[in-house]
Design a binder for this molecule. Structure first.
Ligand code: HEM
Ligand code: CA
Ligand code: CA
Length: 303
């Protein structure tokens, strides 16, 4: 496919060490950084492939760029890829693509949070096209997506059902803002919130995210209680009716996905293996190789 595990062996042999060493202090300063970088990777790969398109600021103003999509609400830390890029430009000018840096940053986010150490193939090029917010709107899944649509989405990356369930285990890190939580609570059928939800957790969500609050874009709940640890707690959470998003809560009840949930909840190593494989598949999605793309000078602009 054109990606390889020793792509920068001659042109930038220390690229992986440089990224890891630079991220460690950034993660200590702000422990929410790994979650942000992992989500950033998914949102890049989902729109036009893993090509750093999400990093491009629109020249006509932010609103029309990919980041202007409401589906990118809460996406943070794009600037960190820019920081890593300038370090790598100093070490090996014009060699390392922003698209590869983004994948390496997400990979370190997982490893430095206690998750699996994933080997990723490199050699992606950066896009020379910046998709509009409308395109991002149509390609990114809505926050209230169900199990069926999610499996369909991930099948496009060549993922098995097990890998799809493992990939959603990314929600072992990070938070969900109350605006999204309220949408789920308000879409109740006859007063019954959709998906597996325990009465205690529903009460907790209603307390944390009150109706009509003016700050529901700022307040949030944790995706699982070990929000900074990449572990299998997400699955225990979901089985206990404490899944935050609809898809987290529905997967437990769906006969296609329930077996994998139980497996991952019982066996963290097995989860890590499936997640690693899914991560690499995601990272290969729609990549540009050779002269299909460029190595940008700065990540937030297409010269
Ligand atoms: C059906 C697919 C998915 C849906 C509907 C979905 C939806 C969401 C939503 C609504 C949030 C909360 C955003 C906020 O309020 O700030 C979130 C957070 C997050 N998502 Fe997903 N997601 C999906 C798949 C994925 C995948 C495949 C990954 C990574 C491999 C991922 C990683 C994350 C992470 C790490 C966070 C926490 C971000 C933070 O705390 O800054 N998600 N997701
Ligand atoms: Ca992209
Ligand atoms: Ca966790």
């Amino acid at each position: 496919e054109g990606l390889s595990y020793n792509f920068y062996e001659a042109s930038c042999p220390h690229v992986e060490d440089i990224v890891r060493a630079a991220l460690r202090p950034l993660f200590l300063t702000d422990p929410t950084t790994p979650a942000a970088l992992l989500r950033l990777m998914f949102h890049d790969c989902q729109v036009q492939g893993c090509d750093a398109s999400i990093l491009v600021d629109s020249s006509e103003g932010y609103a029309s760029s990919e980041m202007g999509s409401v589906k990118n609400f809460g996406v943070r830390k794009r600037e960190i890829v820019g920081i890593l890029k300038s370090m790598l430009e100093a070490e090996c000018p014009q060699q390392v693509s922003c698209a590869d840096i983004l994948i390496l940053a997400a990979r370190e986010a997982v490893a430095l949070s206690g998750g699996p150490k994933i080997q990723v193939p490199l050699g992606r090029k950066d896009s020379i096209v910046a998709p509009s917010s409308k395109i991002a709107d149509s390609l990114l899944p809505p926050a209230n997506v169900g199990v069926g649509d999610t499996l369909q989405l991930f099948a496009k990356f060549g993922m098995t059902i097990e890998e799809s369930v493992a990939l959603l285990g990314a929600h072992t890190l990070g938070v969900t803002h109350c605006s999204t939580v309220l949408n789920r609570l308000n879409e109740a059928d006859n007063g019954q919130v959709k998906g597996a939800i325990s009465p205690g957790f529903e009460a907790f969500l209603r307390l944390k995210c009150p109706q009509g609050s003016l700050t529901s874009n700022l307040s949030f709940v944790l995706n699982d209680i070990t929000t900074f640890a990449f572990d299998n707690h997400y699955y225990n959470n979901a089985m206990g009716g404490r899944g935050v998003l609809l898809v987290d809560a529905e997967m437990v009840m769906d006969p296609r996905t329930a077996p994998a949930i139980q497996e991952f909840a019982a066996n963290q190593d097995y989860f890590f293996e499936a997640f690693s494989s899914a991560f690499v598949k995601l990272s290969r999605s729609g990549v540009l190789i050779g002269n299909q793309g460029v190595v940008r000078k700065t990540c937030n602009a297409i010269e």
